[in-house]
Design a protein around this ligand. Structure first.
Ligand SMILES: CCCCCCCC/C=C\CCCCCCCC(=O)SCCNC(=O)CCNC(=O)[C@H](O)C(C)(C)COP(=O)(O)OP(=O)(O)OC[C@H]1O[C@@H](n2cnc3c(N)ncnc32)[C@H](O)[C@@H]1OP(=O)(O)O
Ligand SMILES: Cc1cc2nc3c(=O)[nH]c(=O)nc-3n(C[C@H](O)[C@H](O)[C@H](O)COP(=O)(O)OP(=O)(O)OC[C@H]3O[C@@H](n4cnc5c(N)ncnc54)[C@H](O)[C@@H]3O)c2cc1C
Length: 671
């Protein structure tokens, strides 16, 4: 963080920091996943952010669309040189997925780099879907930025339903080439980040035809532009999809093929091959391994949700410590808005959720690595559980994060609406995560398939995988007695999830027994299935969060353990109060216990209050990464708002030309 001199710091923020009663650094280590990770992140930030060339003279938002894109490309080139020449030197390929890299990217790009998908999906797909020989060919080129790639799966007509994609890749054994074709308007590739004007290569997901037979969707690496002139090749039509709610420097593009030929070797052949004579050979043991990049990105999005929410919480909490408003007690000074319990209610859940998602995200990442290790040995048994886990966690984490970032904006009143607060841009960026890489509802329904199957297994007494093991108790119809202890609350959340899953399974059974087809019965149950899936996910987050807090604070100082447990308890109590209807239905909770829970919640807000600024300081964001007039470490909120306002192009002259062109003639009756 950029601390400046203590003399520059807003006095209220200074006092807040003196109030903090725990060791901030210890919490930072927990959030980063260990002291070594914090040190590596800081090193990456130091190296990358010492390069001054990236700094914008004019705020990004004051540039027009084309200037913004050009500026984003300029900064992307500076940045990728840093990654290539400095960061990969420090940590090797690991740097690409490191939090340090993710954070420094945000210092360079207030919106999004047009290279993001190159690093975020093109490179991971090469690693995940290519044979070792193909990797040896493509990976160095991609890492050296000799080629720049995008990931074009979604089409104008289909995003969710991958099996419905229309782009075709037809093998021609005579020339040993695939012919890519976009047979309809709706088959136009649409949305791929970096594709519109930046990328010269693209991973294209297309229906594979060989020997007259369709084998479903497969990924191909496709050169789309000449490396020297950057002109699209004949047979390729590519461009920008138009202005978006956010992501306007991400260069999202469209792409159409007209009988466009690529060599056979450009099919990504780790999971399936087409031989020279056109014979199709399946290599993978699991049908859905070609969806691997999506699973990888969904896993990373949980920590991405935590990261962005932590930024918003830092901005809103620091601002709330500086801002004073209203006079609840006559004659007394106006309080800091952070002293209002309603403000604490808006903000402390944001800090707690950032912790919950970060610790759950780290746990999910370790699970992902374990499943990958199994798959390297040819064992794909745990893939369905990973898919179910990553689907619901991606859905709920991105949805919670977007909603709470918007809540942070509300918590900052009018100034939160300023682009210079960075909250609006953060929201527009994060709300897209609820849709991309699998829509919220669609992914919860994927998890629901797994849950209904697990329920049937539980009922027949079969052994269940760890994340659904709790269903065994519910299947034995053991009633959960409410208790406001942590374990009691987690058990009750699980009882809610189990009760909802059971109700879905029963509904499907009831409908099929009366002659409804299984597909229709499923559709008729989807509103409940989504709710069941969300309840399962919430129970899982609560359990993982509490488990990780207990584990990680075991060797911490007592004060850190206390504050981490207060936050985690707040998270559980908050969700118990949000879901009282469910608890009344599926546990023994009663009116007096609900009142007790409300009191406990309000007590927790008061307990966390003195540590609020310390807790957001522990996220350890440098000012360059926050980009916020309201959230900087020194709290010079009003000075920064004024400084940024003066940078507006509308303040370059005291009179605008439109006055002479329109307003004056209007006043004179001459318009
Ligand atoms: C400068 C550098 C900075 C870097 C910083 C980066 C930070 C940011 C981080 C990262 C950046 C990333 C930015 C990304 C931008 C966006 C990218 C995109 O959006 S790319 C497009 C994504 N598109 C989707 O996600 C489509 C969603 N649709 C689907 O996934 C499928 O179509 C689905 C799952 C809905 C249905 O697929 P079916 O029709 O093939 O399958 P069915 O018939 O429903 O199921 C058959 C069986 O397969 C299983 N299944 C489905 N998918 C699976 C999977 N992936 N793995 C394992 N099993 C799976 C199912 O559970 C089911 O199993 P049973 O039959 O119940 O046992
Ligand atoms: C900013 C951004 C960046 C993107 N980047 C890329 C990229 O780089 N590469 C790429 O390939 N794609 C990209 N995408 C596309 C993205 O992956 C898709 O938009 C996403 O998967 C959703 O698909 P869709 O747009 O077809 O929505 P639809 O599936 O049409 O969804 C519309 C509505 O229908 C509902 N719905 C759909 N199917 C079902 C169902 N079976 N049951 C119940 N409800 C259903 C959904 O819940 C939703 O409410 C990007 C999208 C955005 C917004």
């Amino acid at each position: 963080m950029t601390k400046g001199t203590q003399a520059d710091v807003n006095p209220d923020l200074k006092k807040e920091r003196l109030k903090c009663n725990f060791n901030i650094q210890e919490v930072t280590f927990i959030i980063d996943g260990g002291k070594d990770k914090t040190l590596q992140r800081k090193k990456i930030e130091d190296v990358a952010l010492n390069i001054a060339a990236s700094i914008d003279e004019v705020p990004e938002e004051c540039l027009n669309l084309k200037e913004r894109y050009d500026n984003a490309v300029r900064k992307s080139c500076v940045y990728s040189n840093i990654v290539k020449n400095e960061l990969l030197e420090i940590t090797g390929l690991e740097a690409l997925g490191s939090p340090g890299l993710r954070r420094t990217a945000d210092a360079f790009f207030k919106d999004v780099s047009p290279f993001m998908l190159h690093l975020g999906m093109f490179v991971p797909t090469i690693i995940g879907q290519c044979t070792p020989e193909q990797q040896a060919h493509w990976l160095p080129k991609a890492l050296e930025m000799q080629i720049i790639g995008a990931y074009a799966q979604t089409e104008l007509g289909h995003g969710t339903f991958i099996r419905g994609l229309e782009t075709t890749a037809t093998y021609d054994p005579a020339t040993e080439e695939f012919v890519l074709h976009s047979p309809t308007l709706t088959s136009t590739k649409w949305w791929a980040g970096g594709l519109g004007n930046t990328a010269n290569h693209c991973i294209v997901v297309a229906q594979l035809y060989t020997k007259g037979q369709c084998h479903g969707t497969h990924p191909f690496i496709v050169p789309i532009r000449d490396l020297d002139t950057h002109e699209p090749f004949p047979g390729v039509k590519v461009g920008d999809v138009g202005i978006r709610m956010g992501f306007n420097t991400a260069d999202n593009g469209f792409l159409r093929f007209n009988q466009y030929r690529i060599p056979r070797e450009n099919m990504m052949m780790k999971n399936a091959k087409v031989m020279k004579d056109g014979t199709y050979v399946k290599v993978a043991r699991h049908e859905k391994l070609t969806y691997g990049t999506m699973v990888f990105v969904r896993v990373t999005l949980v920590m991405e949700a935590a990261f962005n929410l932590a930024k918003a919480a830092t901005i809103a909490v620091r601002y709330s410590a500086v801002r004073r408003q209203s006079q609840p007690k006559p004659g007394e000074p106006e309080p800091q808005i952070l002293d209002y319990p309603t403000q604490q209610h808006k903000l402390f859940i944001c800090i707690a959720t950032a912790h919950a998602l970060q610790l759950t995200g780290l746990w999910l990442w370790r699970t992902f690595e374990a499943v990958l290790a199994d798959m390297r040995k040819g064992d794909t048994d745990s893939l369905p559980e990973l898919h179910a886990l990553s689907s619901c966690l991606k859905a709920v984490s991105t949805s919670d994060s977007a909603a709470l970032i918007e809540q942070c904006r509300f918590a900052c009143g009018g100034h939160g609406y300023m682009l210079s607060s960075n909250l609006p841009l953060l929201y527009s960026f994060v709300t897209a995560t609820r849709t991309y890489e699998g829509d919220y509802t669609v992914l919860l329904l994927q998890t629901a398939r797994f849950l209904v199957k697990a329920w049937e297994q539980a009922e027949s007494g079969k052994v269940l995988t760890p994340t659904v093991a709790y269903l065994a108790c519910a299947a034995a119809k053991e009633k959960v007695v409410w208790s406001d202890s942590v374990d009691g609350m987690i058990r009750s959340f699980q009882a809610v999830a189990a009760g909802k899953i059971a109700a879905c399974a029963e509904n499907i059974k009831r409908l099929t027994k009366t002659g409804t087809s299984l597909e229709d019965a499923w559709q008729l149950s989807t509103v409940r299935l989504v709710a069941a899936s969300e309840a399962h996910c919430r129970a899982m987050i609560c359990q993982a969060y509490w488990h990780e807090v207990t584990r990680l604070t075991a060797s911490c100082s007592a004060s850190v353990k206390i504050v981490m447990e207060q936050l985690a308890t707040l998270y559980l109590v908050y969700w118990a109060l949000e879901t009282t209807g469910d608890l009344l239905r599926y546990s023994t909770i009663c009116e007096s216990e609900l009142n007790k829970l409300q009191l406990k919640y309000e007590e927790l807000l008061a307990l966390i209050r003195p540590n609020a600024v310390g807790l957001v300081d522990a996220f350890d964001f440098r000012d360059e990464i926050l980009h916020s007039t309201l959230g900087a470490y020194d709290g010079r909120v009003y000075e920064r708002l004024m400084e940024e306002a003066l940078k507006s192009p509308l303040n370059e002259t005291s009179v605008q030309s439109s006055f002479h062109k329109y307003i004056r003639p209007l006043a004179k009756g001459k318009l």
